[in-house]
Design a protein. Structure first.
Length: 463
């Protein structure tokens, strides 16, 4: 059997390749850059740990199984107990977000009118299933404008770096859409669960059963531990700095044309799994009898993000920093979308006696952020910290990274892309799609997408 070609060496491609090799299939991973891991990048510098991509992972059943299969249990970290609180900025100051139905009613984050509006939600009828609503339309209709502005808008910025007016509820938050269509109420429980602090280790001791708990976790030296371990297991199956320029259907499978070190070569494969970002796949030439074009994928929006990490001494703050971090609604006059109190959340993120604050700027709210200089971006972030956290003096550490295309936006009409992928797999046996542009944007979603893709490939090749 010729190896399965996996295009893209991010977490999706690495996970799929790992499980394909475990099932006895040869694999070749083509990664255009000089490293694996995609958006997951953890760097320790002067005792401060920075995370360019995700800073923690949701422990679904598939994620837990992967951790166990890689024997990484001993390196997994759950958040510190003092990282439970989440904050949302309102009126220029961080207010603690509710984490329970009762908290949603008692919180100071929302006005009395907004709370009465929540109580009326169960009496609001469901929408026409045939009409695709934006996240903003859905929340405004069921919960009111204030809940949109000071709950869902900051959450959408924190999760997608997106705009709730453009995101499709059905595609971006399918469980909320399904809940309404089944006649369920969102009151308190569903909304509060979005803020719920799932910090503790799951109670179940059998790792593969932990999906019910959906705890959050990281690793001792950051999230990059996961792709690095996968890459080490795959070894020579990974080809770095190998840019795929063409895919062709042949009589015996698929031919991959790639360029590495200025040299072009073609290799035969039994199947192809496309896991690279959609904007990269859009430029690939796929030669088949029916002339499959991937160019439509270039329409998927990926906004820019800037990650800024600033380090301070603890005595530079008027009171101790606590909690996981804060989110900033678009109505508030700040540059930062959200900030993670990294040194509160996990050990090993800052030197003793110091604080690590990692913020994200830009996104759909301010895509022009990438035009600013490093100095301007750090100054803007520091100005927000001075107002919101009262920090004095200059940071003792700073780091930033521009991410030109960060997170795919599941905008209105996004279902046409996922439907097209499914139809393409049916019409082109041996060609498969997986990744955060198909099955959800989180690391857990990507791992789940990879596991299911590996299963589809194995079933296809083994009959």
């Amino acid at each position: 059997m010729n190896p399965v070609a996996v295009v893209g060496g991010g977490i999706t491609g690495l996970t799929a390749a790992f499980y394909l090799t475990r099932s006895g299939m040869p694999v070749t991973v083509y990664e255009k850059s000089g490293r694996t891991g995609g958006s997951i990048r953890s760097v320790l510098d002067q005792g401060f740990l920075t995370e360019d991509g995700p800073s923690q992972i949701t422990e679904t059943a598939e994620v837990a199984a992967l951790i166990e299969d890689l024997q990484l249990e001993a390196r997994r970290l759950y958040p510190n107990s003092d990282a439970e609180a989440r904050f949302i900025v309102r009126g220029g100051r961080p207010l603690e977000a509710p984490a329970s139905p009762f908290g949603l009613i008692s919180t100071k984050l929302f006005s009395a009118a907004a709370k009465w509006r929540i109580l009326a939600e169960p009496f609001i009828g469901r929408s026409d299933a045939a009409r695709e609503e934006s996240v903003a339309e859905f929340v405004r209709r069921r919960l009111g404008a204030e809940m949109l502005d000071y709950a869902v808008d900051p959450l959408v910025s924190g999760i997608f770096a997106g705009d709730p007016n453009r995101l499709s509820l059905r595609c971006a938050f399918p469980k909320l859409h399904e809940l309404e269509q089944m006649g369920g109420s969102l009151t308190a429980g569903a909304l509060a669960s979005m803020f719920k602090r799932k910090n503790g280790a799951p109670r179940a001791h059998t790792t593969r059963k932990r999906g019910r708990e959906r705890a959050l976790f990281s690793f001792d030296t950051g999230c990059q531990v996961l792709p690095d371990t996968l890459a080490a297991r795959l070894g020579a199956a990974i080809r770095l700095s190998a840019r795929v320029s063409g895919i062709a259907k042949s009589a015996h499978g698929w031919e991959i044309t790639s360029t590495s070190g200025g040299r072009e070569e073609s290799n035969a494969h039994s199947a192809v799994l496309l896991t690279a970002p959609a904007y990269e796949l859009a430029g690939l030439a796929v030669r088949t009898q029916d002339s499959l074009s991937l160019s439509a994928l270039k329409e998927i929006v990926y906004p820019p993000i800037v990650r800024v990490t600033l380090g301070f001494r603890k005595d530079q703050f008027p009171k101790p920093i606590r909690g996981f971090g804060f989110l900033v609604p678009g109505k508030e006059p700040f540059h930062v979308l959200g900030t993670i109190f990294a040194s509160c959340a996990y050990p090993g993120r800052a030197p003793l006696g110091h604080v690590n604050l990692s913020s994200y700027l830009g996104g759909m709210r301010n895509p022009a952020i990438t035009a600013l200089s490093e100095g301007d971006i750090i100054a803007a972030t520091l100005a927000d910290y001075r107002t919101l956290l009262g920090v004095k003096g200059d940071p003792v550490f700073h780091s930033h990274r521009f991410i030109a295309r960060a997170i795919p936006q599941y905008t209105i009409g996004y279902g046409r892309y996922t439907q097209w992928m499914w139809e393409s797999e049916q019409s082109m046996p041996g060609l498969f799609f997986a990744g955060n542009y198909r099955d959800g944007i989180s690391v857990a979603n990507s791992i789940g997408s990879a596991v299911r893709a590996a299963e589809r490939i194995a079933k296809s090749l083994n009959g």
